[in-house]
Design a binder for this molecule. Structure first.
Ligand code: LMR
Length: 309
């Protein structure tokens, strides 16, 4: 997808650096061969390495997909300590060797807390440059609503994922809209099914990652890769006017979410910078769910720090 221009647009040449562990070096080289064989016009180079310094050297965008994978029946917290040491090491390598304005997207779980660890161990990378992926959940929410309304997914916009990329996340449709033949309507009005929106819709989005693992015996792959491209593309090239997306970012205290955690907010992006959408009305139902996912992130933070000592 990156080499085809899905992430950075059809006019942006790319050099792809790929890092894997020693045991996967041969397979990684196979991926490099395939990238060369695909003769992508935008692909100006491929570095396949097991050396974190070589991988991070001069990179402008770092997509952190490496981590110890969650297996069926495992809670995300189970993989925490395995991932903390990976993120600590990669933070130092990025800090020392990546481009100073490098944008970082953490995908591997627990994504929000891995991003927080990376931020803590790479203090010279601006905190605004370290984010985690909740665009996958955002896209899942758009998908569920478009299926229910029987409209194309591109007609639906401005859902919000609040909080953690976990089963406590809060997919919020209170500000979402859908294009209809009578103009733009609120999703709640168009759907006229608050019961579904307040129950099954929320749990389906919250549990979608687990449902995919159960079905495939593997984590989501295509949808996660596509969401990572969406996240970076909008961050670098900007969100369409009147549209926001969800990104896990370091909380600045907006919406009463305490600073010190990486939390998913609605954001718009312009000129390579994201900004949290301000001033949205939050009802009591939402408040409770936003606070519950913040509480889980605080607990994850405490657990992560206990793994560090
Ligand atoms: C997903 O949401 O599909 C993944 O984050 C699930 C997982 O834990 O790998």
């Amino acid at each position: 997808m990156i080499a085809r221009g899905v992430m950075l647009g059809p006019d942006q040449p790319v050099i792809i650096h790929m890092l894997d562990i020693e045991q996967a070096a041969e397979a990684l080289n196979g991926v490099k061969m395939e990238l060369i064989d695909a003769a992508f016009p935008l692909l100006k180079g491929v570095v396949a390495t097991t050396d974190v310094v070589e991988a991070c050297q001069g990179v402008n965008i770092a997509v952190m997909v490496g981590g110890f994978p969650r297996k069926e029946g495992m809670e995300r917290k189970d993989v925490m300590s395995k991932n903390i040491s990976i993120y600590k090491a990669q933070a130092s390598a990025l800090e020392q060797h990546a481009a100073p304005d490098c944008k970082v997207l953490v995908v591997a779980n627990p994504a929000n807390t891995n991003a927080l660890i990376l931020k803590e161990f790479a203090p010279s990378i601006p905190e605004k440059n370290i984010t985690c992926l909740t665009r996958l959940d955002h896209n899942r929410a758009l998908g569920q609503i478009s299926e229910k309304l029987d409209v194309h997914v591109s007609e639906v916009k401005n859902v919000i994922i609040w909080g953690n990329h976990s089963s406590t996340q809060y997919p919020d449709v209170n500000h979402a809209t859908v294009k209809t033949t009578d103009g733009e309507k609120s999703v709640r009005v168009a759907l006229a099914n608050d019961n579904w929106l307040n129950t099954e819709f929320i749990t389906t989005v919250q549990q979608r990652g687990a449902a995919i693992i159960k079905a495939r015996k593997l984590s989501s792959a295509l949808s996660a890769a596509s969401a990572a491209c969406d996240h970076i593309r909008d961050w670098v090239l900007g969100t369409p006017k009147g549209t926001w997306v969800s990104m896990g970012v370091y909380s600045d205290g907006s919406y009463g979410i305490q600073p010190g955690i990486v939390y998913s907010f609605p954001v718009t992006c312009e000129k390579g910078q994201w900004s949290i959408v301000k001033g949205l009305k939050i009802d009591e139902f939402s408040r409770e769910k936003m606070d519950a996912t913040a509480k889980e992130l605080m607990e994850e933070k405490t657990l992560a720090y206990s793994c560090l000592v």
